[in-house]
Design a protein around this ligand. Structure first.
Ligand SMILES: [Zn+2]
Length: 491
């Protein structure tokens, strides 16, 4: 990756040796003079918290590892399971009838075994999650409780609570239309479902979606991990490290894939299955005449996300380089962390952030390819924010932004100004590098914004890339499967 360069240093002599911190403005950043990254001890990574705010990750504290060591590093996005291993037991249980909560006193949770912790569980939730055979089908891990007869006022009433199994389980008896229903919950099962805020946050981080670590141009070399293609295919631990790095940093390089057209499929099959689009399953990126997509031209490919006109946009790109352009300049990949760019806007230009996150843009693609003729339209903002404030998806594609712009007319010019700012920061925070034959560049298509410089094919040198997509649902699923298998752990 010696060709890694900060676009900012190439284009406008700003950019950097240190990641933009929340309190810094762009005008106060030092202008670096070198074009090659060297920023040991300078970078600060930021992690998005569940509330959508940004906190700094600790990745800057340790010295930069040598490239050979890097793939083996535990990624900064992965948090250790801090649950204690000491035996835990229920020391007391009571039912708070007023609030309809079962209250447990549990020992062994903290470092000191005699220290009691209190856990509360709503009775109605316990009844809904009864694990008996009539209420829960273990073989399919599914609730089969009859909800047609579910009555909250009745279900919130508990007849009796008791500690059983030497403190390892809770028994709850319910009075149901004259019949007593018995539920038994293992303490460990209950603790994994604790309603304490720190416990729900830990569950979401460990089992739902680990938090992304966002980065600006100055942080790129430090976050870029490389993995061996053969190891990802053969070893579950390496597969998991690749997935965790992809979640944390949004972009990961896989090296040493054979130079045949089937390798994206083999990699995708290792995770789940290829996400098909109207361009097919695998797509070949070669300069071609009469193309249905500007990606198939050799002219510069502006920075963009793929297929923003899909409601269910493909989640992750796999781009396998078979033949790279041998032009001294050209055919380089450009990539930037769209979440970082969005956070810069949110912090420093909140009005622009609001415009780009609230204005629905019409994205479209019309044409014909191997799956036939298509006419796709989807409306979504450039910056998609979840209900919890978290960034969910970036949409940006100049070619595939429709001339239909279905917004109030007063919104148009302000939106263009905000977009101009977004693209300006995007280019400032973009990095460029050239993949080599055998590289598979993998990156999030909902987070990263990517492009390519123009190139010229010559006799005997035709740039040849094979691409495919994976969906994040399958990637997260595979991570959980690997995690549950290797940690002997259940969510
Ligand atoms: Zn039951």
């Amino acid at each position: 990756m010696s060709l890694v360069r900060c676009l900012a240093t190439l284009n406008r002599a700003v950019g950097g040796l240190s990641t933009l911190l929340p309190h810094q403005s762009t005008s106060t950043r030092a202008a670096p003079s070198c074009a090659i990254f060297n920023f040991r001890n300078h970078s600060t990574h930021q992690t998005l918290t569940s509330s959508g705010t940004v906190r700094n990750a600790s990745a800057s504290a340790s010295p930069r590892p040598s490239p050979a060591d890097r793939p083996r590093l535990k990624s900064a996005g992965r948090s250790a399971d801090t649950r204690p291993t000491s035996p835990r037991a229920i020391s007391a249980v009571s039912f708070d009838a007023h609030r309809s909560r079962v209250v447990l006193q549990v020992v062994g949770v903290a470092d000191r075994e005699d220290r009691q912790q209190q856990y509360e569980f709503p009775a109605v939730w316990l009844r809904d999650n009864c694990q008996c055979e009539r209420c829960f089908h273990g073989g399919s891990s599914s609730r089969v409780l009859n909800w047609e007869r579910f009555d909250v006022d009745r279900m919130r009433r508990v007849k009796r609570v008791e500690v059983v199994d030497a403190g390892r389980s809770l028994e709850v008896l319910w009075d149901e239309e004259g019949e007593v229903h018995r539920s038994v919950f293992e303490l460990e099962w209950l603790l994994r479902r604790s309603f304490r805020r720190e416990d729900t946050e830990r569950y979401l981080r460990e089992w739902y979606r680990p938090e992304p670590v966002i980065w600006g141009a100055a942080g790129f070399e430090e976050v870029l991990r490389e993995f061996s293609y053969a190891e990802v295919l053969a070893d579950d631990g390496t597969l998991r490290q690749w997935i965790e790095a992809l979640i944390a940093y949004g972009v990961v390089m896989i090296k040493g894939a054979p130079l045949t057209e089937n390798e994206c499929r083999r990699l995708a099959d290792r995770v789940g299955f290829i996400r098909k689009t109207h361009y097919g399953e695998e797509f070949i990126v070669k300069a071609k005449e009469g193309t249905s997509n500007v990606a198939y031209l050799s002219t510069p490919l502006q920075m963009h996300t793929d297929l923003p006109y899909y409601d269910y946009k493909p989640g992750c790109n796999l781009l396998h380089c078979l033949v790279q352009s041998t032009n001294a300049v050209g055919g380089e990949n450009l990539i930037a962390d769209g979440f970082y760019v969005a956070e810069q806007l949110r912090q420093h230009h909140p009005d622009d952030f609001r415009l780009l996150s609230e204005t629905l843009v019409d994205w479209s693609d019309l044409g014909a390819d191997e799956a036939g003729t298509f006419h796709s339209i989807y409306r979504a903002p450039v910056i998609c924010v979840g209900r919890d404030g978290r960034l969910e998806r970036i949409n940006h594609s100049v070619p595939q932004r429709d001339s239909h712009f279905s917004v109030p007319i007063d919104r148009v010019e302000p939106w263009y100004r905000a977009m101009q700012r977004f693209v300006s920061i995007l280019h400032r925070e973009a990095v460029s590098f050239k993949t080599a034959p055998g590289d598979i560049l993998t990156f999030s298509n909902v987070r990263m914004v990517h492009g390519r410089t123009g190139y010229t094919d010559t006799a005997g040198n035709t740039r040849h890339i094979v691409g495919a997509y994976l969906d994040w649902d399958e990637i997260y699923s595979k991570l959980r499967v690997l995690k549950a298998a290797s940690d002997k752990n259940t969510p």
